[in-house]
Design a protein around this ligand. Sequence first.
Ligand code: ADP
Ligand code: MG
Length: 226
Amino acid sequence: MITLKNISKVYGKGDAASTVLHGIDLEIKEGDFIAIMGPSGSGKSTLLNILGTLDVPNNGEYTFLDTQIDSLSTDQRALFRRHILGFIFQGYNLLKKTTSLENVEVPLIYQGLDSKERKRMATEALKDVGLEDRLYYDPGQLSGGQQQRVAIARAMVTRPKILIADEPTGNLDTKRGHEIMELIRTFNQQGITVIMVTHEDDIAAYASRTIYLRDGAIEKEVNRVS
Ligand code: ADP
Ligand code: MG
């Protein structure tokens, strides 16, 4: 589904330039569950952001099905991002003093749906993550695990093909972290491709493929036999 060919990323210019990714080659198949691991600073978030089109590589090719992502305009990339990808982050990134329902409606506003349809879809998405009784709570009234569930509902409400997750359990205790992973696994079993960064082995264990980065290059890949 996704092919990365010889992707490189350089930050800074001249003497201050530093190459953060060196010629990354990666093929991702529909339905894959990928964990990206590696030491701090090895380029995990940079690679994830390039896959998420939040950042652009300096070199190389990014293909999604038949589309050459790196030759799209900024607007076309934004459309790809809104329709094909869903994102969750370590810090949840929810709007404060805003109900779960309204947070989950945000991506649907960009899609131009009317209020009634947005409310119906957001309610459904919150049901899917077990928060049907928290529709009118705001983030300040929810636990960390519940906030990440709202973020997952917001990511999934547009029915993306790919879920991109940067350390999704990084702020959660072990039990809540595994609950979040069980939920992500459920979406993967429904056919959603998952690409996740983590530095915890027991979180990476949910993935079918683990890619180890070191100094901006893929050091090795380990596949789990299921
Ligand atoms: P990881 O997620 O594996 O910890 P990152 O991808 O965040 O690593 O960062 C890789 C390297 O790139 C680090 O040395 C970091 O300091 C540098 N870096 C990341 N983002 C930027 C940026 N926007 N500008 C300059 N350097 C950056
Ligand atoms: Mg990171």
